[in-house]
Design a protein around this ligand. Structure first.
Ligand SMILES: CC(C)=CCC/C(C)=C/CC/C(C)=C/CC/C(C)=C/COP(=O)(O)OP(=O)(O)O
Length: 421
């Protein structure tokens, strides 16, 4: 991600470093049912073998199973179990992320479906602080308007509480991204990220460090937003600091979850689920996760050249090798047939995640659907533009023209009028 902005994050504050691992939540979370684990005998009929599609793991047993049965739209998560050469089954990134999604959904199940509007808790504030808080939210709105214009426009349709909460979340994500992608990025160390995480903890406990944190601190008291996706986003930044290659899609998937899937999980509790929706909370969370992943994969495919110039390759190394490509080919930036074929598969995969996300948009609260549709339609079009550039993402930056953007808005609005199936 490149949340380029002029926000400067202060890391002067002396807070004790903390490191809360993603796996803590995973350990306690729900597991892929044992019956689906080791025996092909137990596999459900809609099993798909991703290996046939992507041909990545030489020892992989990947399956699709109906965890989201009740949703009415069948099985949605593709889970994978990867066996190492010793035959031990390792927990895949998808399994880990699945556990987090289930946990998030369980946490908010009831609150999200209160008739009509969410039961927003009233402000309990000391005299004078309300205007400060309003100022903080206004500032968040300004940042959102400046850096995510279309999305900001979409938030105008939401209730003021939801709108402000989304801005506050957006600003926190931008500041987090700024740590590793902004002007001070070269000075950022894992310790700075630990401090940022400690500060997050404080904020969630009602002790914000600055004005922008105060907006988020207020948001998390009003909406059932959990800290886990926020922590996981910081984990993504740690990953970015220590890694510049991804062995396979499993590794890349985890990265995409950390830096973008988390945004989907943070947003659902604020956006709300339509009270008339029949879909399970889990399936809506899953769609939100899929949209984050789809956006990030698209972002990666658009920015291959730019990332390579920074020495980074966010593409599965095993799939590159299978396509007969090496890091040198990427650094040389040659658009060959091998590259085109490789890109076709990557684009196909990103589109699968967009398709998955689409199913969930209908289930969101009416006023939240438009901005989500708009961003989905616009971001997905970047993939079409990569194709239109004949897969030259080394020297050309695929972008959606203003005219196409303007066209997408009423289209998104039209779709937003359609309710849950
Ligand atoms: C679908 C359902 C049920 C809910 C929606 C849940 C949401 C809001 C998901 C969206 C997740 C999201 C916006 C992730 C961020 C992904 C991303 C790649 C952002 C890129 O940001 P920038 O780097 O600023 O983009 P540009 O480089 O294109 O400006």
């Amino acid at each position: 991600m490149s949340f380029a902005s002029s926000l400067v994050v202060s890391s002067n504050v002396e807070l004790s470093p903390s490191s809360f691992g993603f796996l803590d939540s995973v350990r306690d979370g729900p597991q892929i049912p044992d019956s689906f684990r080791f025996s092909s005998r137990n596999r459900v009929p809609n099993l798909i073998n991703k290996k046939q599609k992507w041909g990545n793991h030489s020892h992989s047993t990947e399956l699709k199973y109906p965890i989201l049965h009740e949703s009415g739209y069948g099985s949605v998560i593709v889970a994978s179990m990867v066996a190492n050469p010793a035959g031990e089954i390792a927990v895949s990134a998808e399994q880990k992320v699945y556990n987090v999604v289930m946990k998030q959904a369980a946490l908010v199940k009831r609150q999200l479906r209160t008739a009509g509007e969410l039961d927003v808790k009233p402000d309990i504030v000391l005299p004078g602080t309300l205007s400060l808080l309003n100022e903080a939210y206004d500032r968040c709105g300004e940042v959102c308007a400046e850096y995510a214009k279309t999305f900001y426009l979409g938030t105008m349709l939401m209730t003021p509480e939801r709108q402000k909460a989304i801005w506050a979340i957006y600003v926190w994500c931008r500041r987090t991204d700024e740590l590793v992608d902004g002007p001070n990025a070269s000075h950022i160390t894992p310790t700075a990220l630990d401090r940022w995480e400690a500060r997050l903890e404080e904020l969630f406990q009602g002790r914000p460090f600055d004005m922008l944190d105060a907006a988020l601190a207020d948001t998390v008291t009003k909406f059932p937003v959990d800290i886990q996706p926020f922590k996981d986003m910081i984990e993504g930044m740690r990953m970015d600091l220590r890694k510049s290659r991804y062995k396979n899609f499993d590794e890349l998937y985890l990265y995409c979850y950390y830096v973008a899937g988390t945004v989907g999980l943070m947003s659902v509790p604020v956006m709300g689920i339509a009270p008339e929706s029949q879909a399970s909370t889990e399936s809506v969370y899953n769609a939100a996760l899929a949209l984050g992943i789809a956006n990030q994969l698209t972002n990666i495919l658009r920015d291959v050249g730019e990332d390579a110039r920074r020495g980074r390759i966010y593409l599965p190394q095993d799939e590159l090798a299978q396509a007969g490509l090496s890091d040198e080919d990427i650094f040389a930036g040659r658009v060959t047939d091998k590259w085109r074929n490789f890109m076709k598969n990557q684009i196909k995969r990103a589109r699968m995640f967009f398709d998955e996300a689409e199913k969930g948009v209908l289930e969101l609260n009416k006023a939240s659907r438009w901005p989500v549709w708009a961003s989905l339609l616009l971001y997905r079009q970047i993939l079409d533009e990569i194709e239109a550039n004949d897969y030259d993402n080394f020297t050309k930056r695929a972008y959606v023209s203003k005219a196409k953007k303007i066209l997408a808005l009423p289209m998104a609005y039209g779709r937003a009028l359609l309710g849950p199936s």
